[in-house]
Design a protein around this ligand. Structure first.
Ligand code: NAD
Length: 316
């Protein structure tokens, strides 16, 4: 393996997460940015002082670190493979850090292809949402060789505070999907609890206060319920489609290994059903609660009669 070089960096994918992450990453570095959306790369360039590339074919030779924050594995594969892909354009000794939430199997295969080209490959998906991206407090789970992890660490420290080396390439993405499965499970379970509370004559805000002072609390009840759900804003910046992608990745780990998981897989199934019934073109993942409102005939946010269900709640 070639020694990992330190040169200029390129950040690819400047959406809800990539934009603030690139802003955190830019200071003190020679940075190039690229997004397929010209407006996104122009904004990122303005915000960070980085040089926007019009296409990946114009990547300068001295770029040795590439960070990806893309929607899914198919996009990552497109950006890396083929004649115009980055595998063919980067110098041996370069490093690719995929910070997207990607599929572990795809990541392991890409890491092998990268190694053949003398390129180090690290998966480093993040948790903490847009808020964590803005403040630089992301949690980052890393997969890759110990050498690649050490080389990636100074880059990751610009964007995150809780950085864990999980294991070989792909394990960071597996750990991320499993975390998000648990996160979705608590989001769904909290929605169910709030519906039952409303039916028992307890206001959702009161129930959230009770949970957050007790053992049932989670990030769903401490952040999502008060900030994004009960306000009716549904503005976490993490799309339902992206959450469903994470859940599919997590489910595959269970099914590939023939594991029983009735609790988390029920939550995954509820989220899939909820996603199918939402009307917005790109709903926020916190809109999961609307599914529970719909099937239970309740309204948990805004003007409501929380303790007066619009349809009878089933009795045990
Ligand atoms: P996003 O859709 O807001 O941004 C994705 C960006 O990638 C867009 O700007 C899009 O134009 C760009 N893009 C798509 N295809 C491209 C290509 N071929 N070449 C260059 N650019 C391309 O998504 P996001 O919310 O920023 O999420 C990005 C990744 O981070 C996803 O994998 C997601 O699952 C993960 N993630 C998101 C959050 C969140 O809160 N939004 C939190 C943790 C992890």
């Amino acid at each position: 393996m070639h020694a990992i070089q330190t040169g200029a960096s390129l950040f690819v994918g400047l959406g809800n997460m990539g934009r603030p992450m690139a802003a955190r990453y830019a200071p003190g570095r020679e940075l190039f940015v690229f997004d397929m959306d010209p407006a996104a790369r122009a904004t990122a360039s303005e915000n960070t002082g980085a040089t926007a590339l019009a296409g990946l074919d114009s990547i300068p030779n001295h770029v040795s670190t590439v960070l990806l924050m893309l929607p899914n594995s198919r996009t990552v594969e497109t950006v890396l493979r083929g004649q115009s892909g980055l595998f063919a354009r980067l110098q041996p000794g370069s490093m690719i850090i995929d910070m997207s939430s990607s599929e572990p199997g795809s990541t392991a295969a890409l890491a092998e292809e990268a190694a053949e080209a003398g390129i180090a490959y690290v998966d480093a998906p993040v948790s903490g949402g847009v808020t964590g991206a803005i403040t630089g407090d992301l949690a980052i789970t890393v997969g890759g060789t110990p050498e690649a992890f050490s080389a990636a660490l100074p880059h990751l420290q610009s964007m995150g505070t809780n950085i864990v080396h999980v294991g070989k390439a792909g394990t960071g993405h597996a750990a991320k999907a499993l975390n998000n499965l648990l996160s979705a499970t608590t989001l769904a379970a909290a929605a169910e609890s709030l519906c039952a509370a409303a039916s028992a004559g307890i206001q959702p805000e009161t129930m959230v206060e009770v949970i957050n002072g007790s053992t049932g609390r989670s990030q769903a009840t401490e952040v999502k319920d008060p900030r994004h759900i009960l306000t009716g804003k549904f503005d976490s910046g993490f799309a339902m489609d992206l959450m469903l992608k994470d859940l599919r990745i997590a489910r595959k780990i269970f099914t590939d290994n023939s594991l029983e998981a009735p609790v988390v897989l029920a939550a995954e199934s509820a989220a899939q059903t909820a996603g199918e019934h939402l009307e917005a073109a790109s709903p926020d993942h916190t809109e999961l609660v609307k599914h529970y409102e719909r099937v239970n005939g309740l309204l948990l946010r805004g003007p409501r009669a929380a303790h007066q269900p619009t349809k009878p709640v089933a009795q045990p």
